[in-house]
Unconditional design. Structure first.
Length: 241
C-alpha cells in the first residue's frame, strides 16, 4: 500500500528542485498534493506535470500571503496531514556586502514567512499530522559567505525541537531534513569550477540528487515515522563530518 495513501499534503516552493521532486514522490505514494510558488511560468509548468495538484501563487516571505495559503488549503482539503516547509532563498556573500534590506529578505523568506504559515495552518492540521522542515548542512559547518543563510536555517531548524514540544500533544510531529549540496537549479547554474570546489568538500565525492531528499521527506511524512519527533536528518554525503 502506498505510504501516503489518503493523506493531504502542502509543499511550499514546490515548482522546482527538491520541492517539485517531493511533490512527485508524494503523488506516487498516494497523497493529494498542493504546492506554492511565486514564478507564474514555473507554477504553470508544475500544474501541467502534477495534474490534479492544487497550485497556489504565494510569496513565502510575505506574511500577508500565509493566511491566504491556509484558507486555500482549508477550502481544497478541509484538513492537512503533511506540510513540507521547503521554500527559501540562499543568498551568499561576504559580511561586508550585506545590507539591511537583503538581511530582511533572507529572514522573511526562510524564517518569518514559514513561521506565520505554521500559525495560520494550526486550525487546519489533522491529528495526527507531520511537519517536515527543509534545513541545511550550513549551520553545522563554517562555510565562508554563508553567514546569513546559515543563521536563517539554524533558526528554522530549531523549530523542530521547540514546536515538537509544543505541538506533540496535538498529534503534530515536527522534523527536519538538512541537505548538503543537491543538484538543483541553484547549483546547476554555477560554473564548473564552483561545482568542483564544492564536491571536494563532500566525502561522498558528488552532489546529492533531489530524489534522495524527497525520499527522506516521504519517510518523515509517513506513519512509518510515527515515533520520530524533533529530529534533524542530515543528508549531506558526509560534508558535516
Amino acid at each position: 500500500m502506498p505510504r501516503l495513501q489518503g493523506k493531504q499534503a502542502l509543499i511550499t516552493g514546490g515548482t522546482s528542485g527538491i520541492g517539485l521532486e517531493t511533490a512527485r514522490r508524494f503523488r506516487e505514494e498516494g497523497a493529494r498534493v498542493a504546492i506554492t510558488g511565486l514564478n507564474k511560468a514555473a507554477l504553470d509548468a508544475a500544474r501541467k506535470e502534477l495534474g490534479d495538484a492544487v497550485v497556489i501563487e504565494a510569496d513565502a516571505g510575505n506574511t500577508a500571503d500565509q493566511g491566504r495559503v491556509a484558507e486555500e488549503i482549508r477550502k481544497a482539503f478541509g484538513k492537512l496531514d503533511v506540510l513540507f516547509i521547503n521554500a527559501g532563498i540562499a543568498e551568499l556573500k561576504p559580511l561586508g556586502q550585506w545590507d539591511a534590506a537583503a538581511f530582511d529578505r533572507s529572514f522573511n523568506t526562510n524564517v518569518k514567512g514559514p513561521y506565520f504559515l505554521l500559525q495560520e495552518l494550526l486550525p487546519v492540521f489533522a491529528n495526527p499530522a507531520s511537519i517536515v522542515i527543509n534545513g541545511s548542512v550550513n549551520p553545522h559547518i563554517g562555510m565562508p559567505t554563508s553567514s546569513i543563510y546559515s543563521a536563517t536555517k539554524a533558526a528554522i531548524i530549531s523549530l523542530t525541537k521547540t514546536l515538537s514540544g509544543e505541538l506533540i500533544s496535538r498529534g503534530i510531529r515536527v522534523n527536519a531534513v538538512s541537505a548538503g549540496p543537491i543538484m538543483t537549479p541553484l547549483h546547476a547554474g554555477r560554473s564548473e569550477e564552483e561545482r568542483a570546489a564544492l564536491v571536494k568538500q563532500i566525502p561522498a565525492g558528488r552532489f546529492g540528487q533531489p530524489k534522495e531528499i524527497a525520499n527522506a521527506v516521504v519517510f518523515l511524512a509517513s506513519d512509518e515515522a510515527a515515533f520520530t519527533v524533533g529530529a534533524e536528518l542530515l543528508i549531506d554525503g558526509g560534508m558535516s563530518l
